[in-house]
Design a protein around this ligand. Structure first.
Ligand SMILES: C[S@@+](CC[C@H](N)C(=O)[O-])C[C@H]1O[C@@H](n2cnc3c(N)ncnc32)[C@H](O)[C@@H]1O
Length: 255
């Protein structure tokens, strides 16, 4: 049985969040880490955590979560969502920059750091990843989600934008030029190298949304449970993994 299949059958005190093609694979990986830590109350840092899609379920599971985000609007929505979920006392919303964590959280004080869909939008990902690694306790884990490069090329081409696909494929940063909404995209080796350079040891890489963005709406909506299962089955397997819209890296600061 694959790791993703095994952890799905594990039930601890973790409150099951809604599982979608965007979240199911990531939650499977995170749930395995939470299970590994038993009943410990973890200190979690979510950098660029936005409105709390991950922070709120983690707080509901009994952990303490600090969300650092540059957007006051996102943090306001997070605060409302945390109050509605009854976990306002377990979530701290901090406005700040991902590369300035040293002044916002205690170094080496975090058990689990999340940085999802952020490294592709910041000015420079290197100081952000260094800050993530510095925030972690020895043995602490990092969950990092980045935009995938190959999926962007295929997506543009399938939509008929062959010139954009050509530009994206040739650009060292994996962007389609100045009008692109993202500053960079990654392949698995490049993303792993970025984390490795900050002293993190990458343990797992999964593809997120291998298929979801390619399917006709009738299939995606009409067979959503089957789509989630197929996403899980393909997530760890190259070449499918490498064609995913996002790459999820699970890494650890050496103990
Ligand atoms: C695409 S959203 C991702 C939100 C959430 N992590 C998720 O996966 O749903 C990117 C988030 O990163 C935040 N962000 C962008 N640049 C940032 C920076 N330099 N420091 C901290 N947060 C940043 C944005 O405000 C936004 O909430």
């Amino acid at each position: 049985m694959t790791r993703l299949g095994r952890v799905e059958q594990t039930r601890g005190r973790f409150a099951e969040p809604p599982l979608t093609p965007r979240t199911a694979v990531i939650w499977s990986v995170l749930r395995a880490e939470l299970d590994r830590r038993g009943d410990a109350e973890l200190t979690v840092l979510d950098v660029g955590g936005g409105t709390g899609g991950f922070a709120v379920p983690l707080a509901r599971a009994g952990h303490r979560v600090t969300v650092v985000d540059a957007s006051p609007d996102a943090l306001a929505a997070l605060t409302r969502r945390a109050a509605e979920a009854g976990v306002a006392d377990r979530i701290a919303a901090v406005q700040g920059d991902g590369d300035a964590l040293a002044g916002l959280v205690e170094p080496a004080g975090v058990d689990l750091v999340l940085c999802h869909a952020v490294l592709e939008v910041v000015d420079d990902p290197t100081p952000v990843v260094t800050a993530l690694a510095t925030a972690l306790r020895p043995g602490g884990a990092a969950s990092v989600l980045v935009a995938g490069r190959a999926a962007a090329v295929l997506g543009r081409a399938m939509n008929g934008h062959l010139d954009v696909a050509t530009t994206l494929a040739a650009d060292p940063a994996g962007t389609a030029g100045p009008r692109d909404t993202l500053r960079r995209r990654y392949d698995a080796p490049g993303a792993a190298a970025l984390l490795g350079a900050a002293g993190l040891v990458v343990e797992e890489i999964h593809g997120v949304r291998v298929l979801a963005d390619l399917l006709p709406a009738a299939v995606a909506d009409g067979q959503s449970a089957a789509v989630v299962e197929l996403e899980r089955a393909l997530a760890a397997q190259p070449p499918y993994r490498d064609l995913a819209a996002q790459l999820h890296l699970f890494a650890r600061r050496p103990a």
